[in-house]
Design a protein around this ligand. Structure first.
Ligand SMILES: Nc1nc2c(ncn2[C@@H]2O[C@H](COP(=O)(O)OP(=O)(O)OP(=O)(O)O)[C@@H](O)[C@H]2O)c(=O)[nH]1
Ligand SMILES: [Mg+2]
Length: 259
């Protein structure tokens, strides 16, 4: 017997996981890929409740409209930045388990049910998905490949945490880990990605914070990333974090939440 995902993809008949899962997706002008990104995640009975929170950074295209049509809750985060989007989205997510991915069809959304199952059944707290070992052809330019390797290598040397892919943006974790202020990332930009993994390994340890290799695919839609600028910011952040000099520029949570 099989269950049907909302897009008709058959899922093996297994007991629903007793958790509410929120998929948090940051977007900025992703109208070409947001629908397929949401649809890539099986929407069957594999968990108690599944919802989508799109944190949009002032897109000027149809991203927000399309996300709402797919049933997602859309939060408009006026403040710029990838990290800023997550630092609001994590607080707003209502699920017990949070999953993240980019809105550009690069990450395997279809693996989310099995990753959540692994989190629960193996009693883990945090999973980060490594893209570098299973990257598909054309998914990463030589420049990005080298940048990812160099940043990951530097992070391993500075933090000795064994993380292979410090820049991956796909994570699956219990929302409760963010109750600990030491787990909350401070950075509003791209460095939030490496900060998540540094915090997870520091606070939760290697047994509870694990890295899993997943496929990585060519991007749909045009990236707004500034390769050299963001690469340099990521690099500087690693040293600031190592020295304990990283600081929050904006507070945790959506605007007004601190009042
Ligand atoms: N809310 C919000 N989302 C953003 C912002 N910048 C990027 N994003 C989203 O964050 C995700 C990651 O950004 P990408 O442009 O894919 O960055 P990247 O994965 O390093 O670059 P590629 O490898 O080219 O995809 C995407 O879903 C973007 O739409 C921002 O300022 N605000
Ligand atoms: Mg991307």
């Amino acid at each position: 017997m099989v269950q049907k995902g909302s897009r008709g993809a058959p899922l093996p008949m297994i007991e629903a996981l007793p958790v509410h899962v929120t998929v948090v997706i940051p977007t900025r002008n992703e109208e070409e890929a947001i629908v397929d990104t949401i649809r890539s995640i099986p929407n069957g009975d594999w968990c108690e409740k599944l919802d989508f929170l799109v944190v949009d950074g002032n897109s000027t295209d149809r991203t927000r409209e399309l996300a709402e049509q797919e049933g997602a809750t859309v939060f408009l985060e006026h403040r710029r930045g990838y990290g800023r989007a997550y630092r609001s989205g994590f607080e707003l997510a209502t699920g017990d388990v949070i999953c993240t991915l980019d809105a550009d069809c690069t990450y395997p959304g279809e693996l989310i049910p099995s990753l959540v199952r692994r989190l629960i059944e193996e009693d883990l707290e945090f999973i980060t998905c490594d893209r570098l070992r299973k990257a598909e052809e054309g998914s990463m330019s030589a420049k990005h490949g080298f940048g990812n390797w160099a940043l990951s290598f530097t992070a391993r040397m500075l933090f000795w945490n064994g993380i292979h892919d410090s820049q991956s943006g796909m994570w699956v974790f219990h929302k409760r880990i963010l109750d600990n202020p030491k787990m909350r990332p401070t950075n509003d930009g791209m460095p939030l990605s490496e900060e998540m993994k540094i915090n997870a390994r520091r606070v939760l340890g290697r047994k509870k914070a694990v890295e899993v290799s997943v496929p990585y695919r060519p991007r749909v839609g045009v990236a707004e990333i500034n390769t050299w600028g963001d690469g340099w910011k990521n690099f500087k952040f690693l040293f600031a974090k190592r020295l304990g000099l990283n600081r929050e520029v904006t507070p945790w949570g959506p605007e007004g939440a601190e009042d």
